[in-house]
Write a new protein. Structure first.
Length: 328
């Protein structure tokens, strides 16, 4: 093949298509915002920066667009994406039975890296995947992202990466992973990531339970709403009403047993002393009396034994429970 033929052959091969990246860092973002609105309206997906990492976005009301998002990430419907909104007022239109704790937290942390899971409006025409009647909402603290959201409406958004790979913090990282599966990339420069938003679920507990701890810590959440539950559900449980009583009973059981043993020993000593005193009287009678007969001595011995038995019996009975307690 001649050199001319090689040139013709190489020229006939079109260049590989490249992802469409629009730089939004300089100049008027109007062109980028218009392009973003067109892409979303066409049911395609785009990538834009947020206040955590870059996100891949689709129209939250378009089930096919949401599926394109999940396909680009190689993710199934069992992991539905959250929804980004432009301001807190949109939350009322998308969620119902919003607990007061949600209002308290979003007033403090929105716009920002806090995602709240609430019960979705029953009439909401969204198919985000297997949501089980819930919706996860967030207002990002990124001017470009909120400008896009004001033009497009709520967007289903997930981190701009293939599942299992690190989230993208630059538009180049996002384009390298997602390529032509994304119709438009908005370049807003590096994002603060890679730590994601904190997610709190309010559908099971009105005070909220952390299901993913991200930039906002549990301590920061509790400074605003003390009732928020921990990530693993392990809380410092309040002791039951009987617990202190049981603790006190356990602490007192050992001293009580020791006192009973001491009382038994004292009773035995008293019985032994009484027996010796009566024996002394029997062996050393007064001069006016005759020597005690053998029968009288036997009677005295029986009385002494009976007296000793009556003295020690209560101590033995009291000591038994203490011994059972130690065995138990």
């Amino acid at each position: 093949m001649s050199d001319d033929s090689k040139d013709i052959a190489s020229g006939a091969v079109p260049p590989a298509p490249q992802p469409r990246i629009v730089d939004c860092r300089v100049g008027d973002p109007g062109q980028a915002l218009t392009a973003a609105k067109e892409v979303i309206a066409d049911g395609r997906v785009m990538v834009m920066p947020t206040d955590t990492v870059y996100g891949i976005c689709a129209d939250a009301f378009d089930a096919y667009a949401v599926q394109r998002l999940l396909t680009a990430k190689r993710r199934g419907r069992e992991m539905p994406p959250p929804v980004l909104i432009s301001d807190e007022g949109v939350m009322t239109a998308l969620a119902t039975d919003v607990p007061p704790a949600v209002r308290t937290l979003v007033a403090r942390f929105w716009p920002g890296p806090l995602t709240v899971i609430c019960t979705a409006q029953a009439s909401l025409k969204m198919d985000l995947g297997e949501t089980k009647g819930t919706i996860a909402l967030r207002v990002p603290d990124n001017d470009l992202a909120r400008q896009v959201l004001r033009r497009t409406g709520p967007l289903a958004v997930s981190s701009a990466n293939v599942s299992g790979r690190p989230p993208a913090t630059t538009v180049e990282e996002a384009a390298e992973q997602l390529g032509l599966d994304v119709a438009l990339y908005l370049d807003g420069g590096p994002t603060p990531g890679p730590v994601p938003s904190t997610i709190v679920d309010f559908t099971a507990y009105p005070e909220g339970r952390v299901v993913r701890e991200g930039i906002i810590t549990l301590d920061q959440l509790r400074e605003v709403s003390p009732g928020v539950r921990a990530l693993d559900g392990a809380e410092a449980e309040e002791p039951e009403a009987t617990a202190p009583e049981e603790a006190e009973a356990t602490a007192e059981s050992a001293p009580t047993g020791a006192a009973e043993v001491t009382e038994k020993a004292d009773a035995a000593e008293r019985a032994e002393a009484a027996e010796k005193a009566e024996a002394a009287e029997a062996s050393d009678p007064e001069p006016s009396e005759t020597t005690t007969s053998v029968a009288d001595e036997q009677t005295t011995d029986e009385q002494t034994a009976r007296s000793a038995t009556e003295t020690t019996a209560p101590s033995d009975a009291d000591a038994a429970p203490a011994e059972d307690h130690r065995t138990a």
